[in-house]
Write a protein that binds this ligand. Structure first.
Ligand SMILES: [Zn+2]
Length: 199
């Protein structure tokens, strides 16, 4: 069976006043991805397209703002970090982030005494790139291991980025730092802090 041309697919959706887009495969895909609201598409058409494309939903998809590959934006499970990050320009896929890791880490770095900062955190898959970029885990003087913080609904999960940034400043003075989400569950988030070494 020969695949119909993309243009014929666009025409089919156009004639029915439906949105459709076809994305190049991303990190999680083997085939090109076709994106639409499948509730509005006839089953037989969806099944036909499924034999040539991976199918995704328009409200769970975007494209990388660097390479335009497909990005599935909704988590597959609680705590799924996703193979992408959100930036001021949109979503960026993991391979593009890793290609330019220094400048993307910069987006997450802030001064510990900054009050203007809107806290965000790197996904755990970026941790292995921290050391090469001069970040070291923050060790509180009250602890001899890497501190991991918890924020959530369970008793004692009262850490917040603001509190940790204040602790860092009180022990080290103002330093450049970032947060990492180590894991996230339905009701809590585990995170850690890294500080930038002065070189
Ligand atoms: Zn990309």
């Amino acid at each position: 069976m020969k695949q119909i041309p993309d243009q014929a697919i666009y025409n089919y959706f156009d004639q029915r006043n439906l949105d459709v887009s076809i994305h190049d495969p991303g990190e999680d895909n083997e085939k090109r991805v076709i994106v639409a609201n499948w509730n509005d598409v006839h089953n037989s058409m969806t099944e036909y397209l499924e034999s040539y494309f991976e199918i995704d939903w328009e409200d769970e998809s975007t494209t990388c703002c660097e390479c335009y590959c497909h990005i599935h934006t909704s988590p597959g499970y609680y705590g799924d970090p996703g193979n992408f990050i959100w930036t001021g320009f949109g979503a960026v896929c993991k391979p593009c982030v890793i290609d330019n890791v220094e400048s993307y880490l910069e987006e997450f770095t802030f001064w510990s005494d900054s009050t203007m900062y809107q806290y965000k955190a790197i996904p755990s898959w970026l941790v292995e790139h921290l050391e090469a970029n001069n970040f070291v885990p923050f060790y509180s003087i009250n602890s001899d291991c890497k501190d991991a913080y918890e924020s959530g609904l369970h008793a004692g999960q009262t850490d917040t980025p603001e509190k940790v940034a204040k602790l860092v400043t009180s022990e080290l003075g103002p330093v450049e730092m970032l947060f990492c989400i180590d894991s996230a569950g339905q009701f809590d988030v585990h995170f850690s802090a890294y500080i930038k070494k002065e070189i």
